[in-house]
Every structure is written in structure tokens, then in C-alpha cells.
Design a protein around this ligand. Structure first.
Ligand SMILES: Nc1nc2c([nH]c(=O)n2[C@H]2C[C@H](O)[C@@H](COP(=O)(O)OP(=O)(O)OP(=O)(O)O)O2)c(=O)[nH]1
Ligand SMILES: [Mg+2]
Length: 334
């Protein structure tokens, strides 16, 4: 995490995502008299001077819940300016032991990630909730020469465990709409969501999960192009674009190219260090894209990203094995 001048005036907060064996997340209610009082939160608290985020989390979760932290992994970091306080929420998924109890009298609740309601949390929590709901892999489709072949590739991708797919196909309008409708039906049957690289009007017409804006659309986007019950994603290649994505209300971004790619041989790759730096300043979940394989999702997460996105390595890949198809299976929320 970069320590900029602005950062030194921010309150550093360690925030824990505590899951049970069913994948539900523990939330607790802030007392009325406290900052952001009566809102639900993920347990945690202020990082003391000289304390690491991990140590702060272990201390806070013991104080507030009486549980022991065994290990943690970074989930997302959010810098947010409230009118009366500037915070940097450093959110980590927690491996834990014990029985959580509201040791400060705070009500506790276990909820599935899909049931978390952003309006009941502090505003800064919105991207945290999105991050908990989004998978680790974002599969981008290949362009389509032959619809029948393309649909077979989609079926293989879904069978391999993909749960979020971008429809990125150039066809004439009628053929594109027909293919998108069929793709949507197959994604729904498999429990996956389909994003459309196109227009907001097309997303509404097809009934897809959301819109994926390219860099040019993002640059020209004045405000969120779809209501909250759709997802909005944006392709980004710079810190400015990541800020613009957040400003126009996108739910998540895709940052590229992280590694050299055959499809864009002239674009200078960012590398993981730059990816991590830019992501640390972003205020929405960010997937890494460009020259990656499914196994790189773990690297992207370790560098503060949401996971990895890509075409080759993901699209149309048959299951590599029944337990870990395409490397996409694993912990909850693939
Ligand atoms: N723990 C937590 N804090 C959050 C979340 N979202 C959010 O904006 N915050 C803000 C609210 C507060 O301004 C700050 C946390 O500070 P806090 O006062 O609760 O810290 P603490 O647990 O150490 O409390 P205390 O001992 O000082 O009373 O971060 C969240 O999900 N969890
Ligand atoms: Mg606290």
C-alpha cells in the first residue's frame, strides 16, 4: 500500500470478513452513538500506531467477538471520505476459530453475500459487498464466426465452473441479439450471469445481468448507465480510468494489460507491481486482465485485485479435472 501524504491523515481500519461453513458472512450492528451508528458493519476496528493490519484484526475480533484469528488474506482496500472522517478500510477474509458473541452488546447476524443490502451499511462498504458477491474469475467470450460452435464453447465454459461471462461478439444486430438471448438462457440454467459488451439499451432489451463498458464508453459516461439491480463494469488502462469508473458508479473494473498479450502486442504491460499500486488507490473491485491464466487469479488477489479475467485459458476450455475445472473451482465465490 502506498503511503501518500493524504494517507497519513486517514484513519486506518482493519475489517474482517468472517464466513461460516455455509458461506454466510458475519455482520454486526454499530451502536447508535458511534460514527456511522446503527448501520451494519463487518467486525473490526482502528489499527493502532505501529500495529499491522493482521494484528489489529486479531485484537479487534477477540475484543468484539471473542474469536481467534488463525490466518487472513487480503480482500479489498477502500479509501473513503466521510464528511466528518477519512478512512482506509483494509478488508481481509479471516480464517478463524471459536464462537462469535457480541461482547460489546452488539447484535450479530449471519447473511449470505447475495442478501447483504448496501443501504444498511456505511457508504464505504458498497464495494466490499460487491467484492463478496463477485466471483474470482471473469470469463470473456471469443468473437463468433459460427454461432453453433460458439454456443458449444459457452457450454464447455459453463461446465468448467464459470459464473460470470462477458458477451463480446461482433455480429450484425439481429444475429447478435439472437445469440445473446440464447447465451443468456444457457448462463441462467447454469447459475451464471452474463454481462454484455454493448449498450445499456441492449442489456435491458436482452435482460442480461449487466453492461461492460469499453474504455471509450467509460470516458464518455456521465453517470451510472443502469439502475442498481444491474451490474456495470468498465475496462480501464490507467488510474484516471479507475477513478472515472468509480465516479460513474461502475460496480467493478477490469485493468489491463497486466502481462504481455498476443492480441495487443504493442501495449506495454503493467506488471503486477503497477497493478497492485493502481488497485490500492481504486475504490471498486478490480480484475486483472491481459496475458493471464486461471491460476493467476490467486496472484491477482494477493495483489489486492478481485481476481483474474481472460479469454484464452478460460473460454471454451473443457474441464481439466472434475475437482478443479479450468482452475476455476476453489473457495466460495469462484
Ligand atoms: N469495523 C468497521 N468499520 C467500518 C466499516 N465501514 C466503515 O465505514 N467503517 C468505519 C466506521 C468508523 O469510522 C471506522 C471504524 O472505527 P471504529 O470507531 O468502529 O473502531 P473501533 O472498533 O476501534 O472502535 P472504538 O474501540 O474506537 O470504539 O471505520 C465496517 O464495515 N467495519
Ligand atoms: Mg469496531
Amino acid at each position: 500500500m502506498p503511503s501518500t501524504a493524504a494517507d497519513r491523515t486517514r484513519l486506518s481500519v482493519a475489517v474482517g470478513v468472517i464466513r461460516d461453513h455455509r458461506g454466510r458472512v458475519l455482520i454486526s450492528r454499530r451502536a447508535a452513538h458511534r460514527h456511522q451508528g446503527e448501520r451494519w458493519e463487518f467486525p473490526g476496528g482502528k489499527v493502532d500506531a505501529g500495529e499491522s493490519v493482521e494484528a489489529a484484526l486479531a485484537r479487534e475480533l477477540d475484543e468484539e467477538l471473542g474469536i481467534q484469528v488463525l490466518d487472513t488474506e487480503p480482500l479489498i482496500e477502500i479509501a473513503h471520505d466521510y464528511a466528518d472522517r477519512r478512512v482506509r478500510l483494509q478488508v481481509r477474509a479471516v480464517e478463524w476459530r471459536g464462537t462469535p458473541t457480541g461482547r460489546e452488546g452488539q447484535p450479530l447476524h449471519w447473511l449470505a453475500p447475495e442478501a447483504l443490502e448496501p443501504a444498511e451499511f456505511p457508504v464505504a462498504n458498497r464495494p466490499i459487498i460487491t467484492a463478496l458477491q463477485l466471483p474470482r474469475h471473469y470469463v470473456i467470450s471469443r468473437d463468433c464466426d459460427d454461432p453453433a460452435e460458439w454456443l458449444m464453447a459457452l457450454d464447455r465454459t459453463l461446465a468448467a465452473g464459470a459464473t460470470m461471462i462477458a458477451f463480446r461478439v461482433r455480429l450484425d444486430a439481429a444475429a447478435r441479439r439472437a445469440l445473446a438471448r440464447e447465451a443468456l438462457a444457457r448462463c441462467r440454467a447454469a447459475g451464471a450471469s452474463l454481462m454484455i459488451n454493448g449498450t445499456a439499451a441492449e442489456v435491458r432489451e436482452i435482460g442480461a445481468a449487466g453492461l461492460h463498458m469499453n474504455a471509450a464508453q467509460l470516458a464518455a459516461c456521465p453517470s451510472r448507465p443502469l439502475p442498481a439491480d444491474y451490474r456495470v463494469a468498465a475496462s480501464c488502462h490507467s488510474p484516471e480510468a479507475l477513478r472515472q469508473a468509480a465516479a460513474c458508479g461502475a460496480d467493478f473494473a477490469v485493468l489491463s494489460p497486466v502481462q504481455p498479450t498476443a492480441s495487443h502486442p504493442d501495449a506495454a504491460p503493467l506488471g503486477w507491481d503497477t497493478f497492485a499500486q493502481w488497485v490500492a488507490d481504486a475504490t471498486l473491485p478490480v480484475y486483472a486482465l491481459g496475458g493471464l491464466q486461471p491460476g493467476d487469479a490467486a496472484i491477482a488477489r494477493a495483489r489486492g485485485g478481485q481476481g483474474a479475467a481472460g479469454i484464452s485459458g478460460w473460454w471454451g476450455q473443457a474441464s481439466a479435472s472434475s475437482s478443479s475445472p479450468s482452475g476455476m473451482a476453489g473457495s466460495p465465490g469462484i
